[in-house]
Design a protein around this ligand. Sequence first.
Ligand code: SF4
Length: 280
Amino acid sequence: MVLTSKTSASCPPALGSVNVSRVAETLVVNEIYLSLQGESTFAGLPCVFVRLTGCNLRCSYCDTAYAFTEGKRRSLDEIRAEVHRLAEPFSRPDRAHFPPVVNAGDASAQHKLPLVELTGGEPLLQPNAARLMRTLADDCFTVLVETSGAHDISKLDPRVRRIMDLKCPSSGEVERNRWANISQLRATDEVKFVIGTREDYEWAKATILEHRLDPVCPILFSWVAPLSESQRDKALKPVPKGLHPISRKDLVEAMVADRVPARFQLQMHKFIWPSDERGV
Ligand code: SF4
């Protein structure tokens, strides 16, 4: 298989034309799989996930602690070929009952299916992640990246849709927010607040107002799903003392009462598969 870099004008590339050209360029990968996008304005759509290893945060609610250290070094060409392999059934002529594109997100653009998302861990910790995203965008994929918001997002290809957390107090990592990222946000990005306590909710509302986020891009309020026993990693930060848990019902009712300009979301995949199942 030969991976050649294609421009967006010439995509999508034929899978058979993919070639390995720069094996020296690698990423440490935890897993690559095809599933359903469980969050964001793209929730519900098929998506290939590339989960990269490593994170320098330890959020209290992290459900992917297994990606802190587990992983294997793979060349960018190998990763790209695996994404193409998983995506290939979507473009097979014999299965072309539907066009392989869909309106989603901003609804003004059509997106090739499946989507591709880089996640983690923290994908931006590995410099080659930016190169992989650019290459996948050249292949005409709609590329999403999930980032903690603790790293510079400004260097990514403008076609990449950045889903950026702003860490709330109960994460234990609120001090790590990189506020300079806010001036870099565009309409195609999304800002996510993961909310587990009343204090998180108040903090998120105040942050939206202070930084005038709502005219910039979609805002997501994601309720913290409790971790299963197997997901509780000893390295995670404790929820700071004195915070008051909020139920998803109370969160939704507060959002409606306060007319918060944000989209409530649950992690859809956790309602379909067991909450601690990997590769879904
Ligand atoms: S930033 Fe994400 S991967 Fe890292 S600890 Fe927090 S929730 Fe987990």
